[in-house]
Write a protein that binds this ligand. Structure first.
Ligand SMILES: C[S@@+](CC[C@H](N)C(=O)[O-])C[C@H]1O[C@@H](n2cnc3c(N)ncnc32)[C@H](O)[C@@H]1O
Length: 167
């Protein structure tokens, strides 16, 4: 989050209950929260700096933001591959893509086990290659809150080196 430009518009795609919408809006960012089931947002939807869109992202007109751009795009635990090029194009200069979802190998722990919902090793690196600069990438097993194989990337629409947070 420290890499997101101050005052950026943040897109939380397939926001669910709004874990990340809540985090970014509490930090002063204006957040656009999108899901096909916006009821999960509850009272969060009433916050002044949150714009809510009910959209079926896998429907006929699946990309609802063709004339908009964002300083950060967050996608967690959701994968619909045709949307990925739109995410990359919608990043403003200096913008950050933060994407984490289940990956190949998760079948051993349960669902999702359908390959349509599991990233291949290196897939997020491949989709941003030549378009965004990768700041961080991981693919591995998490054991909390439950065992799962995940892949995650933080990539930016800039080429100069970013300031990393100290460990
Ligand atoms: C596992 S939840 C993840 C929620 C949130 N990103 C998080 O990490 O807490 C997946 C979300 O994707 C949404 N979703 C699934 N298919 C969708 C679609 N076709 N269009 C829009 N949202 C969809 C679901 O409604 C659900 O809220």
């Amino acid at each position: 989050m420290h890499l997101v430009p101050a005052g950026a518009d943040v897109l939380d795609l397939a926001c669910g209950t709004g874990r990340h919408t809540a985090l970014f809006s509490a930090s002063g960012f204006k957040v656009t929260a999108v899901d096909r089931d916006i009821s999960q947002l509850g009272v969060l939807a009433e916050r002044k700096n949150i714009e809510v869109h009910q959209v079926d992202l896998e429907g006929e007109t699946n990309w609802p933001f063709s004339n908009r751009s964002f300083g950060a795009i967050v996608v967690a635990n959701y994968l619909h591959r045709p949307l990925i090029p739109h995410l990359i194009s919608a990043l403003e200069p200096g913008g950050v893509l933060i994407y984490e979802t289940f990956a190949a190998g998760n079948e051993q722990f349960g669902k999702p086990s359908n390959p349509n919902f599991l990233l291949e090793p290196g897939e997020l690196m491949d989709v941003v290659a030549g378009k965004l600069t990768v700041v961080a990438y991981e693919h591995g097993v998490l054991h909390h809150p439950r065992s799962a194989v995940v892949q995650r990337i933080c990539a930016m629409n800039r080429s100069d080196p970013v300031v990393l947070q100290p460990r």
